[in-house]
Design a protein around this ligand. Sequence first.
Ligand SMILES: [Cu+2]
Length: 66
Amino acid sequence: MQQATLTVQGMSCNHCVNSIESALNTLGVSGKVDLAAGSVSIQYEESQVTLDAIKEAIEEQGYDVV
Ligand SMILES: [Cu+2]
């Protein structure tokens, strides 16, 4: 199990949190958004999904992974 914390720009409300967390869930990634910090903590299996795919999923929702 890998853990990482991504800095994500553009998150401002609970809608953003839900969009990102459900996009991550679709990939089988457990993610937790910290709105105040502007970060997303993720846990994922490297054999199942790449960090690039996770970043892409967040960007597809309209946010920028820094
Ligand atoms: Cu929002």
